[in-house]
Ligand binder design. Structure first.
Ligand code: GLN
Length: 439
């Protein structure tokens, strides 16, 4: 049934890069039925899951939306993919993204832009725009994205879906094609907060194959009391319809165990974007050096290794990827590393300390994006305007804390999201608050 929906809609929306065949899915359904009949307990039997195409699958190509990985089928599955299959999920296809997850609109994909199902002249957000769109037009029940600086929360807010960036280290990155390792987490998406809880429960947990994976438990949360603080910096710079939607929602939920405090200060927000982008570019430059024409199948000929490598990169990487590699190398190079990369790591520490202090006392609420979903083409040529869309989301990645994006309302038919940030391992608290709002 979901395949029918995709066949009808995806030639317009372009949420998927690759899809399973009908036979493959039928076979999977049979397998799950047999397992159920033999009494096996599964958490998501028969639920349809779409997976961002930078997460490795050995049964479908994994391109990271780059030409350099066109038709590349990894020899193994990401840990999260194994877990989904184990619990009865059916992975229906791989979703579109900005090349190597570098972007906020899905316009940087080498496989065409994804359109926002709520208004096909607008972007669905990025970089997990394909995942968000796949949920929003009903082709999947659950989805996996990755969030380095907002890549599940921004698209969730632009498509009226839900995305959670979990605490750093709590979801295995094994099999995720890396962009900026110290910032990113594979992250669950769905159409409701309750469904996000369901899939988070499937994919979380320690994995010896990821060196940054933690042995941990999410903190239990039983009391139905929440203290929310709303620093001006996290909302006041947003477009008016966004501010109204968020203030209205907060006003509605105030009382009944929810206390809201306005006017807290977070004056470090000014540093967030430069800190984030410096670190992200530096890590990207280092990570992308593996695409040298030798390690992965696609390459261009050259008379020497060096020339072959140059030709391969020149012809297969998109403009934004090349730009980020160059800027990352610059930030790391002798003579500049202190003023750029090292300075950014200090900025990160300052932001992290401040956020830990604040989330120790309350859940931080604010906007996900300062603007409504832009028109396709509107922001793509102005990098500073494009990067500015991430101002509120990059903070949680720099601090390593969990952050939830969920619907707050609509303006002229366009979705608006709200973001909640909590302390490390407080996913349950965020999800409790989210499902309370949802009801
Ligand atoms: N837009 C941000 C960037 O381009 C975040 C992307 C992401 O979270 N993967 O770096």
């Amino acid at each position: 049934r979901k395949l029918e929906i995709i066949q009808k809609k995806d030639n317009v929306i372009n949420a998927y890069i690759s899809l399973d065949s009908e036979d493959f899915i039928r076979e999977k359904i049979m397998e799950i039925k047999e397992k159920l009949a033999s009494g096996k307990n599964m958490k998501i039997p028969g639920l349809i899951v779409s997976v961002k195409d930078n997460i490795s699958t050995n049964f479908l190509p994994t391109t990271a939306a780059s030409k350099i990985l066109e038709n590349y089928v990894p020899p193994y599955n990401a840990t999260v993919v194994e877990k989904i299959l184990e619990e009865g999920g059916i992975i229906i296809g791989k979703t579109n993204l900005d090349e190597f997850a570098m972007g906020s609109t899905t316009e940087f994909s080498a496989y065409g832009v994804t359109k926002n199902p709520w208004d096909i002249t607008r972007v669905p957000g990025g970089s997990s725009g394909g995942s968000a769109a796949s949920l929003s037009y009903g082709s999947a029940d659950l989805s996996l994205g990755s969030d380095t600086g907002g890549s599940v929360r921004l698209p969730a807010s632009y498509t009226a879906t839900v995305g959670l960036k979990p605490t750093y280290g709590t979801i295995s990155r094994y099999g995720l094609i890396p962009y900026a390792n110290s910032l990113e987490q594979i992250s669950p998406m769905a159409r409701s907060v309750k469904d996000v809880s369901l899939i988070l429960d499937v994919i979380k947990g320690y994995d010896p194959r990821d060196a940054t994976s933690l042995n941990f438990e999410y903190r239990e949360f039983n009391e139905k009391k929440f203290k929310i603080c709303v620093p001006d910096e996290f909302i006041e710079g947003s477009e008016n319809p966004i501010k109204s939607a968020i203030y209205n929602l907060l006003e509605k939920i105030e009382g009944e165990g929810i206390v809201i405090e306005y006017g807290r200060k977070f004056d470090k927000l000014n540093y967030a974007l430069s800190t984030y982008y410096t670190i992200a570019f530096a890590e990207a430059a280092s990570n992308l050096s593996r695409y040298d024409g030798k390690l992965y199948p696609n390459y261009y000929e050259g008379r020497s290794y060096r020339e072959m490598s140059e030709n391969t990169r020149k012809n297969y990487f998109g403009f934004e990827v090349k730009k980020r590699i160059l800027m990352g190398i610059f930030a790391l190079s002798e003579g500049f590393i202190n003023d750029y990369y090292i300075a950014a790591t200090k900025g990160r520490r300052i932001i992290r300390d401040e956020i830990l202090k604040m989330t120790n006392d309350c859940i931080i609420a604010g906007s996900v994006s300062p603007i409504l979903p832009p028109k396709i083409g509107e922001r793509i040529n102005d990098p500073l305007k494009l990067y500015a869309m991430d101002i509120y989301t990059v903070v949680a990645n720099l601090a390593g804390v969990p952050a939830l994006a969920m619907p707050a309302g609509f303006y002229n038919g366009l979705p608006i999201g709200i973001q909640f940030m909590a302390g490390p391992y407080e996913e349950r608290k965020l999800l409790e608050l989210g499902s309370f709002i949802e009801d």
